[in-house]
Write a protein that binds this ligand. Structure first.
Ligand code: 2DT
Ligand code: MG
Length: 224
């Protein structure tokens, strides 16, 4: 009997209010309902949100995002990365067990939000601490104009939730996507998130479905 495939690792990225969390929840339930895992004790899919604000590191990040605390830009960048590293063994274990892992934000947000700062942190420096993390098989970038995103109820109170920051963040995301697809094309898929929700969900499914059955090679290290 051939060993079961590992799970697929899918990251969902985008600006604030691009619909990431809504679409991640929809994708999760679709994966859970139309799964071949019905007989297995392992879940067919799990959703992990970054930052995970529940850990000790995550609580520090949460205080920073709510502007309750100030931290040097480099220091907070490294904490966001550490927050991924602390969950990396869990991601790896799920994938090995055949569970698909969805990440609502990942290392790409880490780079995009730090590299846009004034003064900016160097792009290569921002990328370095995340090198070697489990690499997503597919990253979906939910692309939306910051102005459209703002109309969706406006931004909240958190750090970074301004039109100017979101514009600059989007430019860094575009660079990341370009460079990802120069390496292995198709790993970064841009989804038009300005469409209605059902159409966005449909486009996402069309990108995800082919990946689900193509994960017979081990998880690779990000940017390695
Ligand atoms: P949410 O609004 O999705 O909770 O994100 N961020 C996120 C970073 O600056 N670096 C990172 O590595 C990650 C994962 C993006 C909270 C904010 O934190 C930013 C928005
Ligand atoms: Mg937010």
């Amino acid at each position: 009997m051939s060993p079961p495939n590992r799970g697929a690792f899918i990251a969902i990225e985008g600006l604030d209010r691009s619909g990431k969390s809504t679409q991640a929840a929809r994708l999760l339930s679709r994966l859970q309902s139309d799964s071949a895992h019905a007989q297995s004790s392992d879940p067919s899919a799990v959703l992990i949100k970054f930052p995970d604000r529940t850990t000790a590191i995550g609580k520090t990040i949460d205080g920073y995002l709510r502007s309750e605390t100030e931290l040097d830009d480099h220091a907070i960048h490294l904490l966001f990365s550490a927050n991924r590293w602390e969950l990396a063994p869990i991601i790896q274990a799920h994938l090995t067990a055949g569970t698909t892992v969805l990440a609502d934000r990942y290392a790409f947000s880490g780079i995009a939000f730090s590299a846009q700062k004034t003064p900016p942190l160097r792009y290569e420096w921002c990328r370095a601490p995340d090198v070697g993390l489990p690499a997503p098989d597919l990253t979906l970038f939910l692309n939306v104009e910051p102005e459209v995103a703002m109309l969706r109820g406006g931004y909240g109170e958190e750090r970074y939730e301004t039109r100017e920051v979101q514009r600059k963040v989007r430019e860094v995301f575009e660079r990341i996507g370009r460079e990802m697809n120069e390496g292995e094309s198709g790993k970064w898929v841009v989804v038009d998130a300005g469409q209605d929700r059902d159409k966005v969900a449909q486009d996402i499914w069309e990108a995800v479905e082919p990946v689900l059955n193509c994960v017979d090679s081990p998880v690779t290290g990000l940017w390695e």
